[in-house]
Design a protein around this ligand. Structure first.
Ligand code: ACO
Length: 328
């Protein structure tokens, strides 16, 4: 049985750093509140003329270089994002053109919010393992600063902009790479985290803009509770399916939304916090970009070694969730 491996990883974060102290000058908040309630210290903000696709291209170039491949090697390109450049066409097609990925490549976006990268990975796995595709480029890219209401202190302190990418390919050796994946969704919680207007159920209008309905609205407490529950469940299921005990996991790369969510997950799984990679203090929640961005930093800082077993786990609006096991 062949395997699908992660042949390269790359990431990109815009230069501009927005600190908690700066935010506290524009909304009624404080560095102390943000750090204690979320663990976030600063986040990155993309330039006015820097689109989601531009960040995606930076991350993709880094992932291709890491995999020692070029854009012409790619025959499948998936972008996971909730902040596409435009409603039409897909950001994947824009990235294809900017990156120089050949014509005839299959390109599409997927919408699974913060779980988007893991959804993209599972889709690419399925398409590669059937032999219909050879090399996939999957990207999580977000310009969340454009959908955050900068006057709403309950959400604006949490999010940031970034992109992360991975190149996947099939190899003959069994038992390495993506050895397991489990995705799910619970639409019952769809209204707990949403953007009300701008879609077909409530098209953009002067009234919707006036009512600030094009920004993220969230019931933070409900999302928090659901996040801990679904991430714990999906991690346990993944370990049971593969007959693993928590101590066999070398590193957990969780979605970076809130340090308290990660601490609660660690406590419930009875895993020490030093098994969890955390960089949300520097980037905040970058939705579909958090996992590839964290994975890239984890690899570059030597926290992922050959033979290691890494557990990736995410949740997001929908409420979507997922986990994947990767043997390096
Ligand atoms: N600064 C100061 N005070 C604030 C701020 C702020 N930025 N935000 C809220 N408060 C106030 C509230 O108004 C409230 O005041 P009150 O008691 O007078 O009413 C108080 O602080 C406590 O607010 P809570 O909402 O109870 O704070 P909580 O401890 O729940 O933390 C938070 C809020 C950080 C949002 C938390 O609930 C959370 O992280 N939830 C999950 C969010 C998340 O993970 N979202 C994922 C998005 S994923 C995606 O798909 C995009």
């Amino acid at each position: 049985m062949a395997s699908v491996i992660i042949a390269g990883v790359g990431s990109y974060a815009p230069e501009r750093i927005l600190t908690n102290e700066e935010l506290a000058k524009t909304v009624d908040t404080s560095d102390e509140w943000i750090r204690t309630r979320s663990g976030i210290g600063e986040r990155r903000i993309a330039g006015e003329n820097e689109a989601c696709s531009d960040m995606a291209v930076h991350a993709a170039r880094a992932a291709l270089a890491d995999a020692k491949m070029s854009a012409s090697d790619i025959d499948l390109l998936i972008v996971a994002t909730c902040t596409p450049d435009r409603p039409l066409p897909s950001t994947a097609c824009i990235v294809q053109h900017k990156l120089g990925v050949p014509a005839h490549t299959t390109c599409f976006d997927i919408s699974a919010a913060c779980s988007g990268f893991l959804y993209a990975m599972e889709i690419a796995y399925g398409m590669l393992i059937t032999n219909r595709y050879k090399r996939a480029l999957i990207i999580g890219a977000e310009k969340l600063s454009t959908i955050v209401d900068w006057s709403d202190r309950t959400t604006c302190v949490l999010f940031g902009d970034a992109a992360g990418a991975a190149v996947l390919t099939k190899v003959a050796q069994p038992g390495i790479g993506i050895i397991g994946s489990d995705l799910g969704a619970d639409g019952e919680f769809a209204d707990k985290l949403m953007i009300h207007a701008g879609g077909s159920s409530c098209p953009a209008s002067a009234q919707s803009v006036e009512a600030r309905q094009h920004f993220i609205r969230m019931n933070g407490k409900e999302v928090f509770k659901s996040a801990v529950r679904v991430m714990e469940t999906v991690c346990r299921e993944m370990m049971e399916q593969h007959q693993l005990t928590p101590d066999q996991i070398s590193l957990v790369i969780p979605h970076q939304a809130n340090i308290r969510i990660i601490e609660a997950l660690a406590g419930n799984l009875k895993l020490p916090m030093d098994k969890f990679f955390v960089n949300l203090d520097r980037y905040g929640n970058t939705s579909s970009a958090t996992i590839p961005l964290a994975l890239d930093e984890a690899r570059r800082s030597g926290r992922v070694k050959p033979g290691d077993l890494t557990l990736l786990v995410a949740f997001g609006a929908g409420l979507t969730y997922g986990a994947a096991l990767v043997r390096w």
